[in-house]
Design a protein around this ligand. Structure first.
Ligand code: HEC
Ligand code: HEC
Length: 155
């Protein structure tokens, strides 16, 4: 179903972006923009101006929402990480291919606008030093040999 009036050829004019400052002209904007939504867990209006209540249309070329420029900085940063830095890895590891392991918005954002700080999980009980306070494995099961390893037996 056509959304707008058909032109003379029965086709709508192809969409031409008016205000791209960092993405290449030939970007598949539909795919890329839906990717941003998913990576950050947001809607278009997080970065773009809100739609006009009467027409339900929003001017995606407008830069009135300051979040759009924040996103531009992030697009450039992500591109730099891949082009300038991850490509350095292939100098030392020829099998490394940045195309297989490129950093994306989702690498950091993981569905959140503000990526959560990483807190390492507690180490499994068994990795605690034997005899350390609070280590429930300190007490050997009845009949079992002591769990502590004598320093002399270490390599
Ligand atoms: C995380 C922020 C973000 C989200 C979410 C987002 N966009 Fe964008 N969008 C941008 C940025 C930044 C640009 C400009 C890129 C540039 O300057 O090269 C842009 C540009 C565009 C353009 C080109 C406008 C023009 O004429 O220059 C369209 C169309 C567009 N977005 C549509 C959408 C739609 C539709 C959605 C929701 C499905 C969406 N965007 C979600 C950040 C976002
Ligand atoms: C290397 C990790 C990393 C990557 C890759 C990354 N971001 Fe971010 N981004 C962050 C961090 C960290 C913040 C700051 C979060 C905060 O303010 O709490 C942030 C903030 C933002 C903000 C501003 C949010 C706000 O409320 O001010 C936007 C928009 C954004 N990122 C979009 C993107 C987009 C789009 C991409 C992919 C093109 C991207 N980010 C890639 C780490 C990243």
């Amino acid at each position: 179903m056509q959304g707008g009036p058909a032109g003379p050829g029965g086709q709508r004019a192809p969409f031409k972006p008016k205000n791209l400052k960092v993405l290449p002209e030939n970007t598949d904007l539909r795919a890329v923009m839906h990717g941003y939504e998913a990576a950050l867990g947001v809607e278009c209006e997080f970065c773009h101006v809100a739609p006009d209540p009467a027409t339900h249309r929003s001017d995606k070329a407008s830069d009135a929402n300051p979040m759009k420029d924040q996103a531009r900085a992030m697009i450039q940063m992500t591109d730099d990480i891949n082009r300038k830095y991850l490509t350095l890895l292939s100098k030392n590891t020829p099998t490394y291919d940045v195309k297989d392991a490129a950093v994306t918005c989702g690498t950091c954002h993981r569905g959140q606008k503000h990526p959560a700080a990483f807190v390492p999980p507690p180490r499994p009980e068994g990795e605690r030093t034997p005899g350390a306070p609070g280590n429930p494995t300190t007490a050997p099961a009845s009949g079992a040999p002591p769990t502590g390893v004598a320093p002399a037996t270490r390599q």
